[in-house]
Design a protein around this ligand. Structure first.
Ligand SMILES: Cc1cc2nc3c(=O)[nH]c(=O)nc-3n(C[C@H](O)[C@H](O)[C@H](O)COP(=O)(O)OP(=O)(O)OC[C@H]3O[C@@H](n4cnc5c(N)ncnc54)[C@H](O)[C@@H]3O)c2cc1C
Length: 379
């Protein structure tokens, strides 16, 4: 086993580091959950894209660098170490784009991907409904066949970024008479400003509209915006949530950088003994997650699928993130609780980690059944 990076990987790292050093804004952008912050983050996406850093693992034809998974991990390490801004188009880049690469038409890729890469079109994920979260297949929003396309009606919820985003992708029930709930679903893209769409922002604990409810009343979607075959949307959606997502949802770079910041904070406060082991745990956890991810990436490159292993990743990083940010807040004392610091914003967001992208209870069921081979639980 070779644990070293190639010379080409190291050259890529050096190029990324020097670009980021020259371009990362010197003061943090306003929160992307505000109108002003959203616009600033869009402009940052355009700046990244201008030098082909916004989607490094995409083919060059769509603005990427054909960089592959290992260099994507390297880029992410450099990105977070440089303190670069959060990515506003994450849903599009890590969920919709892989779906279009695998299941979209050439016309869809050519039309959708370039404006995603530059942040001109920001995407929201419209999967969840008020009564369809963990049990996504029970979704009720429907699509009815009409000339040249589909009429969508129903309600979606918890759509991150939808308060300011441009377009959304989601699943709709287009055949209500199938024997099983995950059949008869169609995966399609729609415009958040189309006639019939009402976007109602949902405010987070800190008052910022980080999500929205979407109400759809006979919204016309042309056939060209259906991904894959009508009625086969479940299979497509599940493939989106498969291999690459297990790696791409949270790269270790994010946690390595946060653990370093925590360590620096701890040292700046005189290295208090009471928190020594929690800070050490954060440093060790970030490194362990990095190595685990490298191993998964190597297996992925050798043609293996990752499958249920991505549930281990998800449970690990979500619980790790909470422990890390809680340690930072404990170190900061009242200032951490009251001031609108990066750490307090990160803390609020970390609490959602065990819920979004499939709750940790569901992930633990997957681990128990599919990795440990335990009998199915009572459901
Ligand atoms: C910050 C954040 C961002 C989000 N962004 C988006 C987005 O952009 N787009 C989108 O579509 N959705 C989004 N969501 C929604 C998210 O995907 C759902 O909240 C999640 O899937 C859980 O669904 P639910 O809220 O309906 O909870 P429920 O499914 O009702 O679950 C409630 C509780 O019961 C447990 N439970 C349910 N079923 C089982 C079972 N079979 N076995 C064991 N325990 C079970 C759950 O684990 C959970 O603890 C977001 C959520 C959050 C918090």
């Amino acid at each position: 086993m070779d644990l070293a990076f190639t010379q080409e990987d190291e050259a890529f790292r050096a190029e990324a580091r020097s670009w980021l050093h020259a371009h990362v804004p010197t003061s943090p952008l306003p929160s992307l959950e505000t109108e002003e912050g959203f616009a600033a983050h869009r402009a940052w996406e355009a700046e990244l894209a201008a030098d082909r850093w916004s989607v490094v693992n995409w083919p060059t034809a769509y603005g990427g660098r054909d960089a592959g998974i290992v260099r994507w991990l390297v880029f992410e390490e450099e990105y977070y170490a440089a303190g670069a801004p959060g990515r506003v188009n994450q849903n599009g880049i890590s969920l919709l784009a892989p779906t279009l690469f695998d299941h979209g038409t050439q016309e869809q890729r050519d039309r959708v991907l370039p404006s995603m890469a530059t942040g001109r079109t920001v995407w929201a994920q419209a999967w969840s409904e008020p009564e369809a979260g963990s049990d996504l297949a029970s979704l009720r929003a429907k699509g009815v066949r009409t000339e040249g396309g589909w009429m969508l009606s129903g309600q979606k919820t918890w759509s991150s970024r939808a308060a300011f985003a441009d377009r959304a992708f989601g699943l709709f029930r287009t055949d209500p008479d199938t024997p099983k709930p995950h059949q008869g679903l169609t995966y399609l893209m729609f415009d958040l400003r189309a006639p019939g769409v009402t976007v109602r922002p949902i405010r987070r604990l800190d008052g910022k509209p980080a999500f929205a409810e979407l109400f759809l009343d006979e919204v016309f979607v042309p056939d060209e915006d259906v991904i894959g075959e009508p009625g086969r949307g479940w299979r497509i959606a599940m493939s989106t949530a498969g291999n690459e997502r297990g790696l791409m949802l949270r790269s270790p770079g994010r946690f390595l950088a946060a653990a370093d910041r925590l360590h620096t904070l701890w040292q700046s406060l005189g290295s208090p003994g009471a928190t020594r082991s929690r800070v050490a745990d954060a440093l060790i956890g970030a490194r362990a997650y990095q190595l685990f991810t490298y191993a998964a990436a190597s297996r992925f490159l050798e043609g293996e699928t990752l499958g249920p292993e991505s549930s281990l990743n998800k449970v690990f990083w979500s619980e790790y993130d909470i422990a890390l940010t809680e340690t930072a807040l404990d170190l900061l004392g009242e200032e951490g609780e009251l001031a609108d610091t990066d750490w307090s914003e990160r803390y609020v967001f970390s609490l959602a980690g065990p819920i979004y992208a499939g709750t940790n209870e569901i992930q633990r069921d997957i681990i128990a059944e599919r990795l440990l081979g335990l009998p199915k639980g009572r459901r």
